[in-house]
Design a protein around this ligand. Structure first.
Ligand code: ADP
Ligand code: ASP
Ligand code: MG
Length: 273
């Protein structure tokens, strides 16, 4: 019997049908004897929708208020997923970051986790519940809601796996692993069975968003076994390891960057510049 922390991203919980499909998948793990702690993102598009609501009121919202707004996205998903689990006789309890007490610093919209109280989670796991925790959020020392930056649910999952000493932190997403480059952009991208933490950190820092960079750094620091898998189809995914994998060419892809070449410019200092 293993303790697994599983994170399901926005697309994986993007509709109530998908939430119900995720619930069935979780129940299979629970029925096979594993203890499971689930971390979920907001339903896909929801965080952007909330940001645009705030943008229609002010271009400079206070970070504190933005965090109160953005953390609602994940709160919706935890409740719906717990309902879906309870409906299929898989007893479940949901927690916001503040209810667990995922304590962060006070850097609104980019807070860092400083401490996690595992007491309630441990008690619930011992009583047979599947625990569903809202990703991307916490509270500071004064009880203000905070968020961890875009993609921050990955970091919530890794941090929980570290403190609970989980056997594996599994990041379920809309691709079946980590590829040599973004498979949605480059058809010839290849899935890798394993990639090292160092290589993953480099890919994330160059723009690959499959894992939030902080999550990879956190996993490397606390030696958390981390795996990226598909929510939609079975497969081994990609294990992020501390060992050196095979040397392969890996290219991170940033959709916000382009390269253009200007030709025929005379090589004379002012004209060239
Ligand atoms: P989630 O909502 O599950 O957190 P994300 O959209 O944050 O998912 O991350 C998954 C996406 O990351 C994929 O749909 C893919 O387009 C993109 N991606 C970028 N680089 C890579 C890569 N090297 N390998 C796999 N996916 C990548
Ligand atoms: N909902 C947040 C975002 O869209 C956090 C996450 O999905 O990890 O960035
Ligand atoms: Mg993500």
């Amino acid at each position: 019997m293993a303790l697994l922390v599983q994170k399901y991203g926005g697309t994986s919980v993007g509709t109530t049908e998908r939430i119900e499909a995720v619930a069935k998948k979780i129940k299979k793990f629970k029925d096979s004897g594993d203890d499971v702690v689930i971390v979920v993102s907001a339903m896909s598009g929801e965080t952007n929708r909330l940001l645009s609501l705030s943008g229609s009121i002010t271009e400079e919202p206070a970070g504190r208020e933005l965090d109160v707004l953005l953390s609602t996205g994940e709160q919706v998903t935890i409740a719906l997923l717990s309902m879906a689990l309870n409906k299929i006789s898989c007893p479940s309890k949901s927690y916001t970051g503040g209810q667990v007490r995922i304590q962060t610093d006070s850097a609104h919209t980019k807070a860092r986790i400083v401490d996690i109280d595992t007491q309630k989670l441990q008690l619930d796991l011992a009583s047979g519940f599947v625990v569903v925790v809202a990703g991307f959020q916490g509270v500071d020392i004064d009880g203000n809601l905070t968020t961890l930056g875009r993609g921050g649910s990955d970091t919530t999952a890794v941090a929980l796996a570290a403190v609970l000493e989980a056997e594996e932190c599994q990041i379920y997403t809309d691709v079946d692993g980590v590829y040599t480059t973004d498979p949605r952009v480059v058809d010839s991208a290849r899935r890798m069975d394993e990639v090292t933490f160092e290589e993953m950190i480099e890919m994330a820092s160059l723009g690959s968003k499959v894992l939030q960079i902080r999550a990879v750094e956190f996993a490397a620091k606390y030696n958390v076994p981390l795996r990226v898998l598909s929510s939609f189809k079975d497969g081994p995914g990609t294990l992020i390891t501390i060992d050196r994998g095979n040397e392969m060419e890996r290219v991170a892809f940033n959709r916000d960057e382009a390269k253009s070449t200007v030709v025929g410019v005379p090589d004379i200092p002012e004209i060239a510049s």
